[in-house]
Design a protein around this ligand. Sequence first.
Ligand SMILES: C[S@@+](CC[C@H](N)C(=O)[O-])C[C@H]1O[C@@H](n2cnc3c(N)ncnc32)[C@H](O)[C@@H]1O
Length: 310
Amino acid sequence: MRSMSSAENTTLFIKANACTKAQQLKETLELKELPDDLLHDNLFWLDCITPKKTDLNCLAICSLQQGPVFIDFLAGKKAHRRQFGGGMGQPLVRAMGKIDNRLPRIVDATAGMGSDSFVLASLGFDVTLLERSPYVSALLADALQRALETAGLDSQTLAIFQRMHLHNTDSADFIANCPDKIEVVYMDPMYPEKKKKAAAKKEMQLLQHIIGPDMDSERLLNEALKKASYRVVVKRPKGAPVIANQFNIAPTSAVSSPNTRYDIYSIDALKQKLSICNKRQAIKSFNLACLHSRSIIVSINNLDKHPYWK
Ligand SMILES: C[S@@+](CC[C@H](N)C(=O)[O-])C[C@H]1O[C@@H](n2cnc3c(N)ncnc32)[C@H](O)[C@@H]1O
């Protein structure tokens, strides 16, 4: 079932003569059959395409308006970014930090088209990709499988894909119920499209069409702040407000690039800030405050729910 947290609920169709890969997903993705003569601009369907000069069979979301969108980690923009993206010095990577000189394990809670996860995995990070849209997740699974099955891949490149672990799930639920330690949660939610903004890239346009803005990022951030042991990193457009959270925690630092800001919530820094006051003091002031003000009672109650009150 499609998640109800995203704004749009676009149906994905399948044509009678669709490729085998798409046919195999027909039931799981609840694809509706589409006669060829019904095609129009706002329809999306699942099929395979073979990019020029290749013999690949890539699962793609197709539309008349945008053409096919598929994921290929070994060619095009993703491969270019791997080679020329700036390595360990790029803002995304710096935002992840290091634990005792080793790379932390990342949970990418908004995997999308996998670009950020791929950058991280290609630089040595172990990345768990979480994507709740079954459509987008199917494209990711297809791209990962194709990459792993590519003949003659060198061992270094193969290792990148072995470090990428995909789950089609809602991240807030996954994180809340995860029995294992999570070091870093990374979030890059879809934000509402601005009318005046230059047209988004083709991949993002597709996500905007079939998924719409993510309206529940606050819930995801709440769970991430409760669970992450090292840091939470949130990608935001430059100038955008921070994402709210139930604890009223502000980012402890940020890494900026020309169009993007990575808000960092360092768990150690947050714990240090909070250790300035201890629970005893809070209870003392709570008793006093009870006598005077109802609003203080509310704020003390909130403090008690704080994830770092230990
Ligand atoms: C802006 S895109 C992320 C792009 C990604 N960083 C990349 O490099 O391709 C946001 C994606 O996060 C997914 N998403 C948002 N909230 C989620 C949640 N709570 N659980 C799982 N996926 C989520 C959306 O379905 C969408 O595909």
